[in-house]
Design a protein around this ligand. Structure first.
Ligand code: SF4
Ligand code: SF4
Length: 87
């Protein structure tokens, strides 16, 4: 789902006027906010926003960094393998 970059939103409400879902975009103070539970991800608001404040989910900083790096090395793998005494 898209999200609003609060720093650059100017509160023009154009996004609200094009959004087909009632209540998917609300104003919080003078900034727009997208209600994730209601948004149907049609991206109309993204196209309309004059300040490019609505960003696709892929750019969401809150979701970045949630991926955990490092999965733990398998233990014991390879031990005792590959070495054979030639008799
Ligand atoms: S993506 Fe569509 S449904 Fe979601 S907030 Fe934007 S205009 Fe509304
Ligand atoms: S269209 Fe863009 S600048 Fe205007 S209120 Fe919506 S998010 Fe903010």
């Amino acid at each position: 789902m898209p999200w609003v970059k609060q720093e650059s939103c100017v509160g023009c409400k154009l996004c609200m006027s094009v959004c087909p879902v009632d209540g998917a975009i609300v104003m919080q103070g003078d900034k727009a906010y997208i209600v994730q539970e209601k948004c149907i991800n049609c991206h109309k608001c993204i196209e309309k926003c004059p300040t490019d404040s609505i960003r696709p989910n892929s750019e969401n900083p809150a979701l970045r960094g949630m991926k955990r790096g490092g999965r733990g090395m398998g233990r014991g793998m390879g031990r005792g393998m590959g070495r054979r005494k030639n008799i």
